[in-house]
Design a protein. Structure first.
Length: 255
């Protein structure tokens, strides 16, 4: 009887904890969106470059809070459930604990995904191409989409800030064609041509006009791409395509 009461206590504790974690994630997302809106308003006053840097800092902070705080707490509860599972051998108890472990595992995966999307950890230590390889590997697994990627054989001469802005542009292009364009395949390449880095992005999704879309109310993500590229003094070119979209981003190599 005492064992059963302990199990019920753990079940309700686990349920309440998962509900609390879910609410925390929602509140963090709302807080971030509000913060992002405030930062965008501040753009007109302090200039585009400072605004984008502030957004980067905020993303980094929230990502760290998710990864180091909430994710760590859930892992601790998951370990506790594992210990209780070893002590409770009744079939119904084991099944219940397994369900709790599964739910907690899913929550951890979701927290880590959100944290990664806010600020990929590789950006601080690796070349942009390594970050993009990891990103497109995740895209293939998450969206079940085929990605053909080819990268420049040498490291890219970019600062961490430049790598971050270019990564955000490519991430936004990718998410746009997957969520709205229903693309099933993407071709991506990085080349060095006549003193420029050229990032080529092709997809088989619904065709759209990048520059027209940037002027619509729903084109905020695309406007963000334009703002980032303007800050980098990079150029985006969209070429006509019989199907899907063909976009190039060109960034001059600093001598």
């Amino acid at each position: 009887m005492e064992n059963e009461n302990d199990l019920k206590w753990v079940f309700w504790l686990g349920t309440l904890f998962m509900a609390f974690m879910a609410l925390s994630i929602v509140l963090l997302a709302v807080f971030y969106q509000r913060r992002f809106y405030i930062v965008k308003q501040h753009e007109a006053e302090v200039g585009l470059k400072a605004t984008l840097e502030a957004e980067k800092t905020e993303r980094n902070r929230v990502a760290a809070d998710l990864h180091d705080g909430i994710s760590g707490d859930i892992s601790a509860i998951l370990n506790l459930v594992g210990v209780l599972e070893l002590k409770n051998r009744q079939i119904e108890n084991v099944q219940l604990l397994c369900e709790i472990k599964t739910a907690l595992g899913i929550t951890i995966d979701e927290v880590q995904r959100v944290s990664y999307n806010l600020m990929p950890p590789l950006l601080e230590t690796e070349d942009l191409q390594a970050v993009l390889k990891d990103f497109f590997n995740r895209v293939e697994k998450t969206y079940k989409v085929r990605v053909e990627a080819r990268y420049f054989s040498e490291g890219l001469l970019l600062t961490t800030s430049e790598s971050y802005e270019l990564y955000r542009c490519i991430q936004e292009l990718t998410e746009n064609v997957l969520k709205h364009g229903k693309a099933s395949s993407i071709k991506f390449s990085v080349d060095c041509i006549e003193g420029e880095y050229v990032f080529r992005f092709l997809d088989d999704g619904c065709s759209y006009d990048f520059f027209k879309a940037s002027k619509t109310a729903k084109g905020m993500g695309i406007r963000n791409i334009k703002a980032r590229l303007s800050n980098l003094k990079a150029i985006l070119v969209q070429l006509p395509s019989d199907s899907g979209n063909c976009i190039f981003i060109r960034k001059k190599i600093k001598g």
